[in-house]
Write a new protein. Structure first.
Length: 254
């Protein structure tokens, strides 16, 4: 079984260490900074094997070069962002696989937040490291891609097994949930989820990970077919991608 360590950094970022105790291989996902990662590696006695980047933004790749210099790890990142991510050793794209010992992650292309964004899906382990494509009760802003691209990317993630754990890279959950309640205030699963989220944050605890199943029940960006949402935003029976685009527009102004 893979061991995952969640490292909070900056204002609201999460970095993830993924460790295979059998092979002793270790990967880090989206290291915004190097020092917190190096500190955890030292405390655990782990050696860093790979950096896995989901996209090119600085709060996801800022620690790349220092970690590479300090540990000799290999940097794996989207091929499409080869010109924008420092130190790439291996560019990956849709359908490629990454091995961490006997554990395999499939690379899925998820354009929308950025054009080159990818996610890493460990299918047998039911783990998804999704960067800024999917958040707990939210999704990434459309900085480079279109609403159509993001909607299609999210459709693929919606189809993953319901018990897949979602490890996103920001603690945006309270704000996302507050917005979700404005477009679907009568959703009992969402109301209960927000009660849990508020309790966790009051105690200073993370709200990540979530699961695909939880997101299907509470995330408005997974729920464009909800009649309640469609009626709230006055798009009853509109095309799903149009509903999604309007939810995203409203969230941008929230």
């Amino acid at each position: 079984m893979l061991e995952i360590v969640q490292i909070p950094v900056l204002a609201d970022n999460y970095i993830y260490l993924i460790h295979d105790p059998v092979s002793r291989n270790t990967a880090v996902v989206d290291p915004a900074e190097a020092r917190p990662v190096l500190d955890v590696l030292a405390s655990k006695g782990w050696q860093l094997t790979y950096i896995l980047n989901t996209h090119h933004h600085g709060d996801h790749v800022g620690g790349n070069l220092e970690l590479q210099q300090q540990t000799g790890c290999r940097i794996i990142a989207p091929s499409a962002d080869r010109h924008r991510i420092p130190g790439i050793d291996l560019g990956v794209s849709e359908g490629d696989t990454i091995s961490l010992g006997n554990h395999t992650a499939r690379v899925m292309s998820t354009p929308g937040h950025t054009l080159g964004h990818v996610v890493y899906h460990f299918a047998e382990d039911r783990l998804l490291f999704c960067g800024d494509t999917l958040f707990v009760m939210g999704c990434g802003r459309l900085f480079e891609g279109s609403a159509e691209q993001m909607w299609e990317s999210l459709q693929r993630l919606k189809a993953l097994p319901a018990d897949t754990q979602i490890y996103c890279t920001h603690e945006y959950t309270q704000n996302n949930g507050r917005f979700a309640l404005t477009v679907e205030p009568d959703n009992p699963a969402l109301i209960e989820k927000m009660r849990q989220v508020d309790e966790l944050r009051t105690r200073g605890l993370p709200t990540v990970p979530s699961t695909i199943g939880e997101e299907l029940a509470t995330n408005p960006f997974f729920r464009e077919n909800s009649l309640s949402i469609q009626e709230t935003i006055r798009l009853r029976d509109a095309a799903p991608v149009r509903v999604f685009a309007e939810i995203r527009r409203l969230k941008d102004r929230f």
